[in-house]
Design a protein around this ligand. Structure first.
Ligand code: 1GP
Length: 230
């Protein structure tokens, strides 16, 4: 594997379905962030993913694709993150897409470029929660148990606590960290200020900043320094 996700403290997640101009993209890629994750839930196509990848490729930063649609698997990223939604209530989301993907692409996969993520969908008001019929995570004890399922039972390398759009409960993040063992804990969701980024960086191993790039670029860029100092 060419990338070292275990060294990532800060990442930006860019959505191929959202507009970002060249100046903003340059600022994001040159911000000192450790990696750019390309991913989204809806409207992700081969064309918009390829377009965003080729624009990010002008910069030296690591670029990885978080696969959410088999139609949008684009070669040329440094690595591929494969989410396994641990609390999916719809069993179709557990392994059916993965089996389809392997039947289609299995022969050309470079396994050293594949990184599985134990995904914990913690905000019920999101597209991914509705799509997967995510089961609620009522408290920190439940979150910790899910993290243990990912890290201890399934030995997944990453536990991704996903609050997308909503700032999470630090107690729940702490519980996930204690359950995640050797796995890298990613936290993403609702970070709007450098202070919030620092708070989550003090608990989680890797912080993911998404929407803020499109809503307040200056604040988004400020999260990099905040995380690195935390
Ligand atoms: C989304 O976890 C990321 O997949 C980041 O969440 O967009 O709310 O920052 P936000």
């Amino acid at each position: 594997m060419l990338i070292d996700y275990r060294s990532w403290r800060h990442t930006f997640k860019l959505d191929p379905d959202k507009e970002i101009d060249d100046a903003a993209l340059e600022a994001v890629c040159e911000s000192g962030t450790d990696a750019i994750i390309v991913g989204g839930t809806y409207g992700v196509t081969f064309d918009n993913t390829l377009n965003l990848m080729s624009r990010i490729r002008r910069y030296a930063v690591d670029a990885v694709l978080e696969i959410s649609s088999l139609e949008a698997v684009v070669p040329g990223f440094d690595a591929y993150l494969i989410p396994l939604v641990l609390n999916a209530g719809d069993p179709e989301w557990m392994f059916t897409p993965h089996v389809s993907g392997l039947m289609e692409y299995g022969s050309c996969i470079r396994w050293e470029d594949i990184i599985a993520e134990g995904y914990l969908v913690a905000n019920p008001d999101t597209g991914v929660a509705r799509l997967t019929k995510a089961r609620p995570i009522p408290d920190a004890a439940c979150a910790k148990a899910y993290a243990q399922v990912a890290a201890r039972l399934c030995r997944l390398p990453i536990v991704y606590l996903e609050y997308s759009g909503k700032y999470g409960d630090p107690e729940v993040v702490r519980a996930c960290k204690s359950g995640a063992g050797e796995a890298q804990l990613f936290y993403g969701g609702g970070i709007r200020t450098p202070e919030q980024a620092a708070e989550m960086a003090a608990i989680a191993d890797t912080v993911v900043v998404g929407n803020l790039v499109y809503e307040d670029l200056k604040a988004a860029l400020a999260t990099v320094k905040a995380v690195k100092k935390a």
